[in-house]
Design a protein around this ligand. Structure first.
Ligand code: PEP
Length: 251
């Protein structure tokens, strides 16, 4: 049985006090919940403060990005060890905004995935097609290419530690959610890709999140699909009641 996993990606939002208040609110509401894993991923400058706010709670800390090198002259970057030092358990890698706005390639993401795992961080690796790619019928080719490139060279044991977030780019922050069937189709395809490269027991164990305009009103339908094990939530993770409303859909 895969345990549902809901993660909030706060992106470049909040300030110090609103980040701490949001984290405290989520941690407080999460105290009564069982049977679901939760994480929040604040901006890196607030990881320390948010980590303190959720210490000892059921909510784990995640980062939104990292660099693959261990240390050195990489101005503005953060290493996996630094994120561990701040208390992070997870790191989001290859988010579509990093791929499409900041030019991150599968090869760069792959280096980050290896560095994260080597440092004991659990990567949430994002894949997803553009609207033009879906309309051209290329969704599964794009997913296969991103999987092959971003997750190259992982042992079966390492693959078992990765969470994959399927986030169709056309659904992120647009209010246009994939239908449960559209999302399920890609999740099932991803599970088959994992089974083909590894085996069915690894494929059955890897958690696959859906991301893209998930809200309390559509979460339950998405999360009840057999191959959707959780959600990566952007906008709705910035409000305690909305984030927890989505979590309720997983229970
Ligand atoms: C995201 O950024 O990962 C995301 C899914 O955003 P939103 O929920 O706002 O579409």
């Amino acid at each position: 049985m895969r345990r549902p996993f809901i993660a909030g990606n706060w992106k470049m939002n909040t300030n110090r006090s609103s980040a701490v208040a949001l984290a405290e609110g989520v941690a407080k509401q999460a105290a009564a919940l069982d049977g679901v894993d939760l994480a929040i991923c604040p901006p890196s400058c607030y990881l320390d403060a948010v980590g303190r706010a959720i210490a000892g709670s059921k909510v784990a800390l995640g980062a939104q990005n990292m660099y693959h090198e261990k240390d050195g002259a990489f101005t503005g970057e953060l290493s996996a060890a630094m994120l561990r030092d701040l208390g992070c358990k997870y790191v989001i890698l290859g988010h579509s905004e990093r791929r499409h706005i900041l030019g991150e390639t599968d090869a760069a993401i792959n280096k980050k995935v290896h560095a994260a795992l080597a440092a004991g961080l659990l990567p949430i690796v994002c894949v997803g097609e553009l609207l033009s790619e879906r309309e051209a019928g290329h969704t599964l080719t794009v997913i296969q290419t991103q999987f092959d490139g971003s997750l190259a060279g992982l042992s079966a044991e390492q693959m078992g530690k990765v969470v994959i977030a399927y986030e169709p780019v056309w659904a992120i922050g647009t209010g246009k959610v994939a239908t449960p069937q559209q999302a399920e189709d890609v999740h099932l395809a991803l599970r088959k890709i994992i089974a083909k490269r590894y085996n069915s027991s690894i494929a059955d164990s890897v958690r696959l999140q859906y991301g893209g305009s998930v809200k309390p009103g559509n979460a339950a339908e998405l999360l009840k699909q057999p191959d959707i094990d959780g959600a990566l939530v952007g906008g709705a993770s910035l409000k305690v009641d909305q984030f927890l409303g989505i979590v309720a859909g997983a229970l």
